[in-house]
Design a protein around this ligand. Structure first.
Ligand code: HPA
Length: 241
């Protein structure tokens, strides 16, 4: 940890010891509240700054926290940095949705982001003398794959794209097809910053995604598929606590 005197931080008002070693990170703070209320017991809130709600509770006898991160690499960059460096969080698991760009990826499939390509400048700003490759923790990935297999849940492991653009040319058909041609599975907006901060801060990170829509075919998951895949994703992610 950098310094305890930096707690509370400009963005997180938790006191020392209020955040668990393992945290689940949805983009949406209301999703964090929903997860705490529906999956955890003995829930204690720890953050309301900027409404980026955070909670700590128990899951199957283990302490786990959950907090929103907002959208995009800069927002993920701020929260993951403070969690790692000022609160000593060791395992950071992003749980989110993504647009599929792989022909075989179906709406209910889970995606584990092994690597995160990006159109963001975030990893480059770390100042390495070459191109840094943001990757997940092998340990967390192995545990997640084993858990998905034991539950009989379909999953894919591979490269994802952390895009800095939701609307515009970088999200267009041509750009999407270029990433797809290199086997990239799905597009989201935060994993590259999370993986970079975890690597540079000595922590473990993983991104688990459910597919909300298919960016090339235009298909989107039904409400039932979204609900089922969200529950699948939570069952895998909480098992990593
Ligand atoms: N782009 C970026 N992030 C996303 C998308 C998308 O199309 N769908 C769900 N998350």
């Amino acid at each position: 940890m950098d310094s305890k005197s930096q707690i509370p931080t400009p963005h997180i008002e938790a006191k020392e010891g209020e955040i668990a070693r393992t945290i689940l990170l949805p983009g949406d703070p209301l999703r964090a509240k929903f997860i705490a209320e529906n999956f955890l017991t003995e829930v204690r809130p720890f953050n309301r700054t900027r409404n980026m709600l955070g909670f700590t509770g128990n899951y199957e006898g283990k302490q786990v926290s959950v907090m929103g991160t907002g959208m995009g690499c800069p927002s993920m960059g701020i929260y993951s940095y403070e969690l790692i460096h000022f609160y000593g969080v060791k395992n950071l698991i992003r749980v989110g949705t993504a647009g599929s760009i792989h022909p075989d990826l179906k709406a209910r499939d889970l995606v584990f982001g092994m690597g995160a390509c990006t159109t963001s400048n975030f990893p480059a700003l770390m100042g390495f003398p070459g191109v840094f490759a943001p990757i997940c923790s092998y340990e967390l990935l192995k545990q997640a794959a084993e858990r998905a297999e034991s539950l009989g849940l379909p999953y894919r492991v591979g490269n994802i794209l952390s895009s800095d653009m939701f609307y515009g040319p970088a999200e267009g058909k041509e750009a999407t097809e270029a990433w797809a041609s290199a086997g990239v599975l799905a597009v989201e907006m935060e994993a590259a910053a999370l993986y970079t901060n975890a690597a540079c801060g000595g922590a473990n990170a993983l991104t688990i995604l459910t597919i909300s829509d298919h960016l090339l075919s235009g298909e989107s998951a039904s409400a039932k598929e979204r609900e089922e895949s969200f529950t699948d994703m939570m069952t895998v992610a909480l098992g990593l606590a």
